[in-house]
Design a protein around this ligand. Structure first.
Ligand code: MRU
Length: 353
């Protein structure tokens, strides 16, 4: 079974509404940039790569219908600016916006509006294939790296949040590593955290693992340290929303405490992320803007209140793991690198390990 979170055919885009999973499988039409902005903001679609891909595809849908008229460059600029403002922490949408804008401006020098729309659409459509290919490389590099460090036949992984087909164009990053290990016949089990408050682990990762028959066990976030001590965890592998120049990494809130617990137990801690999630323009994690989400995500589940009325809430959606705790490495489509090697690797001065 191939889980299709993003359905795109030229001129039409649908997304699997992740607010309704795992109980209902409903595809919502995304007809405009504004539809995509709202889907991203309300987390109908989430996960750093998927946010960028859906955002850009919504622009492709509008361009296909002739949006921008005689001045598509202005329309593209305003649309990308709006999409980038939906969620601030993941860098992928902002990065895609910058690259796409540069491409569009160059193209506009020698093409008329219609030709420009066509080439921008082609650039965007290519994102889908590039992301799946990168994820497969991440899966392969990650699996080999983890296996090279262990004498055992099979390994046990602990992961956090959802980094699979639902968070990307397909296959996934950290969950791509899990998929690769499973395909190699070397995965004993993956432990996935519930990932409060939005429950990406229990709703989405568990859904993907069950659908594919990958051996998986759900734990609450508060069971992670105990699981590391008792369940012979080989490695912790998580995704990233933004990896900055010194290797500090923003990812789903709770990642930081997993890294601390992994260090205490001597378990290698890996970040799995495409280079599109890296941001060398920021020096350290202190520079990353952390999105704070509505209190209702903590105080209720599916509209049912679960907290004492009147309690004050702090709901940061992400935290930053300092590079010193990323002991296994950063798994990218270019290879696996230590945080200290990341800049050289991304600028082509270092090749895969
Ligand atoms: O708030 P979310 O669900 O968008 O957060 C998702 C994560 O933190 C993922 O780990 C990250 O985006 C990587 S997805 C391949």
């Amino acid at each position: 079974m191939t889980l299709e979170a993003i359905r795109y055919r030229t001129g039409s885009l649908q997304i699997l509404n992740q607010l309704l999973l795992p109980h209902q499988t409903v595809y919502d039409d995304v007809r405009s940039v504004q539809d995509a902005y709202e889907a991203i903001k309300t987390m109908k679609v989430r996960g750093a790569p998927a946010i960028a891909i859906v955002g850009c595809l919504s622009l492709a849908v509008e361009l296909r219908a002739g949006a921008g008229g005689d001045d598509p460059v202005t329309f593209i600029r305003e649309s990308l600016c709006h999409l980038t403002s939906a969620r601030p922490t993941a860098v992928n949408m902002g990065r895609a916006a910058r690259e796409l804008m540069e491409f569009a401006e160059n193209e506009s020098m020698e093409k008329n509006s219609e030709q420009l729309r066509e080439s921008v659409i082609a650039w965007i459509e290519d994102m889908l294939e590039r992301d799946v290919n990168d994820n497969k490389k991440i899966g392969n590099y990650g699996a080999q790296h983890i296996l090279s460090g262990v004498p055992r036949d099979s390994v046990t992984i602990l992961t956090h949040c959802n980094t699979g087909s639902l968070a990307t164009a397909g296959y996934g990053t950290a969950l791509g590593v899990v998929r690769s290990l499973y395909t190699l016949g070397r995965l004993k089990r993956v432990y996935c955290t519930e990932t409060r408050p939005y429950n990406q682990g229990s709703r989405l990762t568990a859904y993907e693992m069950v659908a594919e028959g990958i051996p998986a066990t759900l734990i609450t976030d508060s069971m992670a340290a105990l699981t590391m001590r008792e369940m012979d965890i080989t490695a912790v592998v998580v995704g990233a929303d933004r990896v900055v120049a010194n290797g500090d990494t923003a990812n789903k809130v709770g990642t930081y405490q997993l890294a601390i617990a992994a260090k205490h137990h001597g378990i290698p801690f890996y970040i799995a992320a495409p280079s599109t999630s890296c941001d060398l323009s920021l020096e350290s994690g202190r520079d990353i803007i952390i999105e704070v989400r509505p209190p209702e995500e903590l105080t209720s589940i599916n509209g049912v209140p679960i907290a004492a009325p009147g309690i004050e809430v702090w709901n940061p959606a992400f935290d930053v793991t300092p590079h010193q705790l990323i002991t296994g490495g950063i798994i990218t489509e270019l290879g696996v690198f230590l945080p200290s090697e990341l800049q050289a690797a991304l600028t082509g001065r270092l090749t895969a390990l």
